[in-house]
Design a protein around this ligand. Structure first.
Ligand SMILES: NC(=O)c1ccc[n+]([C@@H]2O[C@H](COP(=O)([O-])OP(=O)(O)OC[C@H]3O[C@@H](n4cnc5c(N)ncnc54)[C@H](O)[C@@H]3O)[C@@H](O)[C@H]2O)c1
Length: 277
């Protein structure tokens, strides 16, 4: 297990869900974490804020910085980069996790929602990378990790959720390009895809139904996968579209949390999902 003491990571969209789980995981291995998200206020329907996540991390004795950031705004992203430099003087990794999820087909997606998803899920990866690249270079390199949709090439993802899926698949192409572009800077760039839906509060709320949760997991598997990726030497793992479960199996993990949906209820429960063939 690599100790991340002395290392600093920016995680966008870390006020809840997968981003929160990743922040907690990296902090548990000694890293300082910049917990960035759009608002410093609670979401009207969803739990978690940048402050509540930082409080959880600070309670474990690690360093965390709450940072209000709108990844759609160039000025906000630039201010974030300046703040990170002023607070920590270095940066070892950027996790582009902020996401806008609207699970609708082409006919039912308002253009302004498509623009929003494109800006948050795709364009922001370019903005954040541009702003943080100089500091990562001065820190000797590091990792960029981009969050992708489930690697479920079932036509459903294109037919029913085409607009969301497209913004994310474009981001994966950016990932491959950046990996080549930044290789000489000792910066590894990968994207991480969950094999199944991750039952975060946002997805439960957005889906409002059960079909997405027939097989799904808690955010923990994504946090474990992110830690594993960031622990690898930049020269050994870059330019890959990684799938959470497959990656972890490659590194010896065979047990994963499983979120099981109880049909007809709005309750979810977790149990331990043992090795599957
Ligand atoms: N949950 C899943 O099944 C699943 C599957 C595949 C990919 N993903 C991706 O993983 C990421 C996290 O998913 P989640 O389910 O935890 O989502 P979530 O909605 O719980 O979290 C999204 C986070 O992004 C932040 N955010 C949104 N717009 C922002 C903006 N303009 N500027 C800064 N921050 C902004 C929110 O404040 C929040 O912290 C997303 O990119 C999502 O697309 C999720």
């Amino acid at each position: 297990m690599l100790n991340l003491e002395g290392k600093v990571y920016v995680i966008t969209g870390a006020s809840r869900g997968i981003g929160r789980a990743m922040a907690m995981k990296l902090a548990s291995h000694g890293a300082a974490v910049v917990v960035a998200a759009k608002s410093d206020k609670p979401h009207p329907k969803l739990p978690g804020t940048i402050h509540s996540v930082c409080d959880e991390i600070l309670a474990t004795g690690q360093r965390a910085l709450p940072l209000q950031l709108d990844v759609r705004q160039e000025a906000s992203v630039q201010q974030m980069a300046e703040r990170v430099e002023a607070e920590f003087g270095r940066l070892d990794g950027l996790i582009n996790n902020a996401g806008a999820i609207r699970l609708t087909n082409v006919e039912c997606t308002p253009v302004r929602k498509y623009d929003l998803m494109f800006q948050v899920n795709n364009r922001a990866v370019l903005l954040c990378a541009q702003a943080l690249l100089p500091l990562m270079r001065r820190s000797g390199g590091g990792h960029i990790l981009n969050l992708s949709p489930p690697i479920n090439l079932d036509p459903k993802w294109f037919k029913d959720y085409g607009p969301y899926t497209t913004t994310k698949y474009g981001m994966s192409m950016l990932t491959l390009g950046m990996a080549e572009e930044f290789r000489g800077d000792n910066i590894a760039v990968n994207s991480l895809w969950p094999k199944t839906t991750i039952a975060t509060d946002a997805v439960k709320y957005e889906a409002g139904g059960e079909q997405l949760f027939a097989v799904s997991r808690t955010p923990q598997i994504m946090a474990d996968a992110a830690y594993t990726i960031l622990s690898q030497p930049t020269t050994q793992l870059s330019g890959e579209l990684l799938v959470d479960e497959d990656l972890l199996r490659r590194f010896g993990q065979t047990q994963f949390d499983h979120y099981a949906y109880q049909p007809g209820t709005t309750e979810f429960f977790t149990d331990l999902f043992l090795d599957r063939p």
